[in-house]
Design a protein. Structure first.
Length: 439
């Protein structure tokens, strides 16, 4: 039989999950019924709109815009900060429920997944009957709603779930593409971003249907390989394979928007130390090593730049990643006030993978060679061996695991940052190996 794929997407996940949590704690106001967003604090400029309520849409508030812009559109807007720990718990419970139906599930993000319905088809009257049962099961157990798209491949299932919201089920089979998908504006097609949509419109291609009927050679000429991808998606061509195996992380990073701009090299380095401590700890927890470090800077005028480099050898050591991050920062920074800093490790390897050691990773007499001189006394300072640095990281991880992440704070962080900068929120991100795989 033809393969049937479900795409299950939580409606306004962060806001819905926050609303459910507040109601469970005794709050009487359901924030889903008033203009509200998740994305920061009204007294703090940090963040963008991560999720919005249906009433907030009436004020033309958009996901991804700055919180300050949303407040100008709706002065009475209720703004609540994100709680990623709680979102992770809600997501985990949702996935556990879905796994009670089948293990053929591919999680795309914290709030969406694909489910291969094909092996379950004999148990249900129809795909819509099964989707209805899953949707109502989620609503009754957890108090939030989902949209479910039903289609023969992942691309069409994802497109279908984005139709009318919330709490809806939509199908998108090949015979329905001309009536349901082709009339939509080209920017509604998955993998067509703002820049591509603008270029397509400049070429006279305004709808998905017009894109589907455009000569593929012309699109390749204008957009390279992305032109072929857009043409395939516009014609409903996509993978029907649900990858249920756990994905291998290919990148681990952290970034933070500062409550006050960092204006000096010392302030920036202190923030980088906080970020690299988090990144290196997550690498060690995942039993991974990074072969490439990237530093990102967003200036106060919102321009963004990044710089990438490789450490001497694959590592998850805090000091090694920090040294590399500082070097990259010093090469990148133009001296302007800094709004955001980010550090990311990519090209990951398992800790037991064979790696090329640098000269300083070898515990020989080289360990006693002076690496630099103390800035005050000019006394030669010995660089600790890789083994000793690993032991120090393990000790720090153990203490923080038992007593909390703030139980140990480096003196350089305390002396070089203000209280506001020491307590900024940090956004964690982990990319998967299949992140850019065609749907």
């Amino acid at each position: 039989m033809e393969r049937i794929i479900f795409h299950i997407d939580v409606n306004s996940a962060f806001l819905s999950w926050t609303a459910v949590e507040r109601l469970a704690q005794g709050e009487t106001l359901d924030i889903r019924t008033i203009p509200s967003i998740i994305g920061g604090d009204s007294s703090n400029r940090h963040g963008i709109v991560l999720a919005k309520s249906v009433p907030a849409k009436k004020f033309h508030i958009k996901t991804g815009e700055p919180v300050a812009a949303a407040m100008r559109k709706c002065p009475n807007l209720l703004i609540l900060p994100p709680n990623h720990h709680m979102y992770h718990e809600k997501s985990q419970r949702l996935m556990e429920l879905l796994h009670s139906y089948t293990d053929d599930i591919e999680q795309l993000s914290v709030d969406e997944c694909f489910l291969d319905f094909t092996p379950l088809s004999s148990r249900y009257e129809s795909p819509i009957a099964a989707a209805t049962q899953i949707k109502e099961d989620i609503k009754s157990r957890f108090g939030f709603t989902v949209n479910i798209g039903i289609a023969p491949n992942k691309l069409l299932a994802k497109m279908a779930s984005d139709f009318t919201k919330p709490d809806r089920i939509h199908t998108l089979f090949p015979e329905e593409i001309p009536s349901k998908m082709w009339p939509l504006p080209v920017e509604d097609l998955y993998m067509v971003g703002r820049s591509s949509a603008s270029r397509l419109r400049a070429l006279g291609i305004r709808t998905i249907g017009e894109l589907a009927s455009t000569d593929i050679g012309y699109l390749r000429q204008e957009f390279k390989s992305h032109g072929q991808l857009m043409w395939e998606y516009a014609n409903g061509i996509g993978s029907d394979q649900v990858h249920s195996a756990e994905r291998e992380a290919k990148g681990i990073g952290n970034s933070t928007t500062l409550a006050r701009d960092a204006a000096t090299r010392e302030e920036a380095h202190a923030v980088l130390l906080t970020l690299t401590e988090s990144v290196s700890a997550r690498l060690r927890k995942a039993q991974m090593l990074t072969q490439s470090i990237t530093v990102e800077i967003k200036y106060s005028d919102f321009t963004t730049c990044s710089h990438q480099g490789a450490p001497a050898s694959a590592t998850n050591n805090t000091n090694a990643i920090y040294d590399m991050a500082c070097l990259l920062f010093d090469q990148l920074w133009n001296g302007a006030p800094i709004r955001l800093l980010g550090v990311r490790g990519t090209k990951l390897l398992p800790v037991d993978a064979p790696v090329q050691l640098s000269l300083f990773d070898i515990d020989t007499a080289a360990e006693t060679v002076p690496v630099h001189r103390d800035s005050v006394s000019q006394t030669p300072v010995r660089k600790p061996s890789a083994q000793k640095l690993a032991q120090m990281d393990a000790a720090v991880d153990a203490i923080r695991s038992r007593y909390g992440k703030n139980s140990l704070v480096r003196g350089s962080i305390l002396t070089q940052t203000s209280p506001e900068q020491r307590h900024v929120s940090t956004d964690e991100n982990t990319a998967s190996e299949e992140e850019n795989e065609r749907i």
